[in-house]
Ligand binder design. Structure first.
Ligand SMILES: [Zn+2]
Ligand SMILES: [Zn+2]
Length: 294
């Protein structure tokens, strides 16, 4: 019963993508904070799950497998969380791998542009020599620019150079939200729209709901009380599950909110869990219901 009153954090990043802590370190921190469950939602990869699961073994901390995938439609910045995806799912992993390769090409192109602007960066400085498989994003580039003294902070790096209107910006290869939702759901996951208010995509929620979206990340560090109110009302209206998380990226430059800093009750995770379970057994329920009615 005590566990039902626990807190969870359903959005965080590790060194598998652009977080600064390893999955095992995140698990340690979650235990220190007394969290009941955490969802690993690295960008375009589920690679951190196995390590986190092993680190949490025997502790009672639940590790929810997840992923965060970006999407464009037709413009804008949609981030979708897949919670409870099967980390072994073939089509999901194949698609994420192609996204990861595209991200590496993109990062290299951005380094070329920065070099022509007089700010050369070595690939190894950005990528880190020890982990070739990690997902390289703009945050890594910004952090390296700061270390080189080209900019004073992440915000300056994005505003002046690598943000959407910056001279070193290269657009990312993205999937459509429909494709992302389908990919998440076929992998047994629950498709949740991440930080809708900070991404400015709230008005798209009704359409996304009709396209198979199942949840909204209502509780988020940058969501105002008014945002939360609006999103809760939309979740009710469109029958969407409610989730929340800190979007923790570790410590250091551009890391953002602390782990567990958003109050998300465990009961919300239980609803998600039930939805994922029901989705995995689509045939069983109608058949038994049918038999009972006949
Ligand atoms: Zn995001
Ligand atoms: Zn995130």
């Amino acid at each position: 019963m005590q566990l039902q009153q626990g807190r969870v954090d359903l959005h965080l990043h590790t060194t598998a993508s652009d977080g600064s802590l390893t999955p095992a370190e995140v698990v340690q921190l979650a235990l220190e904070q007394g969290l009941a469950a955490v969802a690993l939602t690295d960008h375009d990869t589920v690679a951190g799950f196995t390590e986190a699961l092993a680190a949490a073994n025997g502790t009672g901390l639940e590790i929810v497998p997840g992923v965060e995938i970006s999407s464009d439609w037709p413009v804008g910045d949609f981030h979708l969380l897949g919670l409870y995806v099967d980390p072994e799912d073939g089509p999901l992993n194949a698609r994420l791998e192609s996204m990861r390769v595209a991200r590496l090409h993109r990062a290299r192109k951005m380094l070329e542009r920065l070099a022509t602007l007089g700010m050369p960066l070595e690939w190894d400085e950005v990528a880190g020599s020890r982990n070739e498989s990690r997902v390289i994003g703009r945050l890594h580039i910004a952090q390296t620019m700061i270390r080189r003294g080209y900019v004073s902070g992440v915000q300056e790096a994005f505003q002046r150079y690598i943000g959407r209107n910056g001279p070193a910006y290269v657009p990312r290869l993205r999937m459509s939200p429909v494709e992302v939702i389908g990919l998440i759901r076929q992998a047994g996951g629950v498709a949740v729209l991440a930080h809708p208010a900070t991404s400015g995509v709230v008005e798209s929620i009704p359409t996304l709901a009709s396209l198979g979206l199942q949840g909204l990340e209502v509780y988020y560090p940058d969501h105002s009380p008014e945002d939360v109110k609006v999103l809760l009302a939309m979740a009710r209206r469109y029958r969407l599950l409610v989730t929340g998380g800190s979007d923790f990226h570790g410590f250091g430059v551009g890391a953002g909110a602390p782990l567990g800093s958003v109050a998300v009750p465990l009961r919300l995770l239980r609803r998600l869990q039930r939805a994922a379970e029901v989705a995995r057994q689509p045939e069983e329920r109608p058949i038994s219901t049918l038999a009972a009615n006949c």
